[in-house]
Structures are given as C-alpha cells and as structure tokens.
Design a protein around this ligand. Sequence first.
Ligand SMILES: C=C(O[C@H]1C=CC=C(C(=O)O)[C@@H]1O)C(=O)O
Length: 423
Amino acid sequence: MTTRLIVQTREFDPVEDLLAYAAPDRPLAWLRRGDGIVAVGDGMPAIIRVAAGEGPLRSAIMADAWRELTAHADVDDPVGLPGTGLVGFGALTFDEGSGADSVLIVPSVILGKHQGRGWITRIAPVGEDLPQDQPDATLEPNPYGAHWAGTVGPGAQSPEGYQSSVRAALQRIGSGEIGKVVLARDLAGTIPAGSDLRRLVRALSGGYPDTWTFAVDGLIGASPETLVTVQNGGVTARVLAGTIGRGADADEDAAASAHLASSTKDIDEHEYAVQSLLESLRPHVRAMASSEQPFLLKLPNLFHLATDVEAELSDGGSALDLVGALHPTAAVAGTPTPAAVAAIRELEPFDRGRYAGPVGWIDGNGNGEWAIALRCAQFVAGDDGANIAVTAYAGAGIVAASDPETELLETRVKFRPLVDALA
Ligand SMILES: C=C(O[C@H]1C=CC=C(C(=O)O)[C@@H]1O)C(=O)O
C-alpha cells in the first residue's frame, strides 16, 4: 500500500549547530561548512529499504519508490529551496551483490540551513498529527553526551594482504584484463555502547570543512567527492582520483603537491575516473563542461587531483536516477567497470557494504546531493548494551605504474580523519 505523507516546511531562524538537534545514537545528517540538513529526533514516517539481492535494480527500485511517495505526498512548502519539502536521506551499497541493504529514510522533522536561511520541515502520515501538533512536541537541542573513544585494528584485509592484492591487480593490469582497479582495505573495532555519534560527525565536519559530512543509518564519514548534485535542472559533480599525503612543513607540502601535479601515474588514474563519469553522464545531460586539467584539492591530510563537471539535465531524471546511471565510477571501481568490479570481488576479502556507494539526499522535486561514501565507517549497535561495532574502509586506485607499498601508505593517510576522530 502506498504511504501518503503530509509535509509542511516553514522559514525558521537559522540554527547555529544543526547537529545539536539530531539523535545522539542514530544521527541523520548532511553537512558542509555548517550548512545542510539534519533530522531532529528519530521519528521516521517512511523508509524505503531495498533488501540485499535486488541486484543492479536497487537504485531504480529506490528512484521509483521515491517518485511514488512524492506523487502521493501533500506538500505545503512556501520556502521552495533544494532540500525543503519532502526529503529522504539515502545510502546505497557499492556492489549490487552486497549482503547489506540500501535505504532511503524520511524523518519526521528536518532542520535545514543554507546561506543564512533556515527552515523546518515536519512530515507525518496522512491522518496523523504533524509533529508540532503532537501533545509532547518540543524542539530542544540535545546536549552532547560524554566524550568517548574507540579502538580499531586490522579487519579482514591485513596490510600485507592488501599489498598482495595490489600485486595481483597489477598482474591483471599487465595482462590487459583491466586498466585500473580501486582496491580497499578495512579496519574493524568497537566503540562503547551508548556513545553519542554526533561527536564524530561534528569532529569530521569541523576538521574537514571542504568535505560533505554524512550520517545515514550508521554510515558516518566525510567525503571529498560528490557523485552528482542536481539543483533545479543544473547538474554538477566533483571527480577525484590521484592522491598524495601532505608534507610535514611548507617546503615538503609544496614538493608533494608539485609531485602530484606532474605524476603521470596519478594523471592516468585521474583520467580514468573523469572519462567514466563523462561517459555515463552524457546521455542524461546537455552543455556538459569540465576543465581540461585537474586542479589540486587540498585537504588537511592530503592532496587530490580533482575535476569539476557541470551540465544541464536533459531527460528530466531525478538525482536518484543519475545516481543509478553514474555509480560506480572509476574513482571507486575501475575501468572497464564490469572487469574491475569482478576483480574487486575476488581481491578484497570483505563485503564493502555501503562504503564507496552513493550517500546523500533527494527532495520531492528530484533535487539532491549525493557523495561517494569515502573516508567513512559503518556503525552497528550491539545487542543488549554490547559495544557498537565499527568497520572503516579506505582504498586506492591501482594503475600499471602503482607500487604496492605506496598504495598501502595512501590508504593509511585516507584512514586518518576517521581514526583520529575515533581516538
Ligand atoms: C577509494 C578512495 O578514494 C578514491 C577517491 C579519491 C582518490 C582516490 C585515489 O587517489 O586512489 C580514490 O580513487 C577512498 O578514499 O577510499
């Protein structure tokens, strides 16, 4: 049966710290430089959950279910910005064969902020009171819980195992089977039961302001890479591939960035990622433009080669339709895609779950912002007060000129934001 929702958005004095209103144990948030959207409390009038085993259709099932939900929603939204009205927060698995499920969550209250404007959206099933009309309705910030620390160590893939997998990938590249493959490794550990996960979200968004910080169904991270953004017919994407760690001082830093900018290995790796995005995006857009040369994106822990792409949507698709068309790019899979995904299945001894999958939000007009879930960890609450399990992931693009030890070090640098924030 179709869920029918009633949705009301109103202007609201911009809130300084959106996260302070989120649920401590299961925050639902999308933040960049203090702007973004956050679910208040943990009410969820609708969840679209696509179970493992739906294969390549999972994003299409989700996009269709979202169209159905929006078509039957009664929306009162005089604010009319991207991210107002009906909004769902989503996280999809990287691999269509993953044992994890993909979700799109509609919260009952959303606080948003964009360039000095604030709003509040309230959502309820038709026939029920909107949240502000319920007897115990309040909108109070939740004080942050006590500081906590976690421990993480090697997961299913050890550092030595990772280097062996890189060597095996290099053989496949040498035989011509693949041109590029992105191989990841995992770290596993625990954090105390009852930890206020907003502390982690806050540390990531404060420490890495140029990233998109997300928290969706226990997947928490700060990604520097968008998969696709749709805003009133305009489409943008930021492609990243090619990485070097920051130097210890200004001279080392300048040398590192100069090395990256002229490294043919990294430029090749980057080009695979750009081409895969452009090819997949082209059928859905017009006036596609991207810079000839990548620029250097400077993050606190590393430099990336980056290319921004802009276009105009030509087929009326939603942000989720584009997510389905673009994922997985060669920034997280490789080239050619089917052979790279097959190599990942064979060479990584774990299920990526939602790591390197699409994470973001969509609104009732099809606008949305979707990142690639990088620099992240999946948190799973334990039963009966047991510790919360954490699995973190980081990968690196392997091309013909890759060196196993350098790639291992690169994953270490990519783990740093999360590992530091957990310590
Ligand atoms: C696969 C990851 O990063 C990708 C995104 C940017 C740069 C990358 C690289 O230089 O290898 C990767 O393609 C990761 O962070 O886990």
